[in-house]
Design a protein around this ligand. Structure first.
Ligand code: CP
Ligand code: NVA
Length: 320
């Protein structure tokens, strides 16, 4: 008997680097179908368990609606209500959940816990954010840029202004994979992790993307085609809030910073925003903000990701 194909996880954005062009095409198609009221039950009968250790609005709801739209079902599981909270191990939880469902998503404080769940589960595991990466966010971010630049990443440059955090890590890997130039401006001491930057530069060798780091927000923003920021204090970093607020004071997207960017440049934020900190009301509520499209795109991106991991290749090929 032929063994079943190995399951695929999305722990790091690098796990789907070579799938990005087809994922983005698929997400764009699913978006246009949904806007026309078309729903296809490509994941009929599939169940997704979603384990969350931290709050979520967009990720949780987009996964849940995506599964319903695709004919499947999603179960929201707060880690506080699982036996995990009473000491059952992550590996044992993974083994049991794998007997019930077809896929798992996990929002974890620690990347090592996510990796452990993925190792022990016999079904695909999707990273719904941890302290190292937020890969599903990147797929929606790339979809947003893809639609505004009519599918062309090459020749465009994205400026990141803020923390060298999970969202930036996945974004660097994704941008490098598709050939988008990135200049990331972070305060001294809050740079992205060196191993992630090295991995992004390795991916960028094939795509010829330029991945640059600076400590000067103005340098990053000057002439950029899109600006992106995220909160100064991520979930889990609350103990450092005061020190971070001081360190990040110059790393805010305001009208003056937007004025340095290209005339058609738009502004991204993964949300939730801390209005008045990393982004001003004027920019977030203004005509340059692409953030509401970006938030909607979480749904379409999630569907493409779920189909890729939960649906056999043969069925995907027949269904398009
Ligand atoms: N951007 C994002 O992941 O939002 P949530 O924390 O609301 O899921
Ligand atoms: N960097 C933020 C992203 C929230 C969606 C955090 O980890 O809290």
């Amino acid at each position: 008997m032929t063994p079943p194909p190995a399951k695929r996880d999305l722990v790091s954005l690098a796990d789907i680097a070579s799938d990005l062009p087809s994922l983005l095409e698929r997400a764009a198609r699913l978006k246009s179908e949904r806007h026309r009221g078309v729903r296809r039950p490509t994941l009929a009968g599939k169940n997704l368990a979603m384990v969350f250790e931290k709050p979520s609005t967009r990720t949780r709801i987009s996964f849940e609606v995506a599964m319903t739209d695709l004919g499947g079902h999603a179960l929201y599981l707060s880690s506080r209500d699982l036996q995990l909270s009473r000491g059952e191990t992550i590996a044992d939880t993974a083994r049991v959940l794998s007997r019930f469902v077809d896929g798992l998503t996990y929002r974890a404080f620690h990347h090592a816990d996510l990796a452990e769940l993925a190792r022990a589960a016999s079904v695909p595991v999707i990273n719904a954010l941890d302290d190292l990466e937020h890969p599903c966010q990147t797929v929606a971010d790339l979809l947003t840029m893809h639609e505004r630049w009519r599918g062309r990443f090459r020749g465009h440059r994205l400026a990141w202004v803020g923390d060298g955090n999970n969202v930036l890590h996945s974004l660097l890997l994704g941008a490098a994979a598709v050939g988008l130039d990135v200049t990331a401006a972070t305060p001294v001491g809050f740079d992205p992790r060196a191993d992630i930057v090295a991995k992004a530069r390795e991916l960028a060798r094939a795509s010829r993307a330029r991945i640059e780091l600076t400590h000067d927000p103005g340098e990053a923003a000057r002439g950029a085609d899109a600006l992106y920021t995220d909160v100064w204090v991520s979930m889990g970093d609350e103990g450092e809030a005061e020190a971070r607020e001081k360190a990040f004071e110059r790393f805010r997207i305001d009208s003056a910073l937007v004025a340095l960017a290209a005339p058609e440049a738009f502004v991204l934020h993964d949300l939730p925003a801390h209005r008045g900190q990393e982004i001003t009301n004027e920019v977030l509520d203004g005509p340059r903000a692409a953030v509401w499209d970006q938030a909607e795109n979480r749904l379409h991106a999630q569907k493409a990701i779920l189909e890729l991991l939960l649906r056999p290749r043969s069925a995907r090929a027949r269904g398009r």
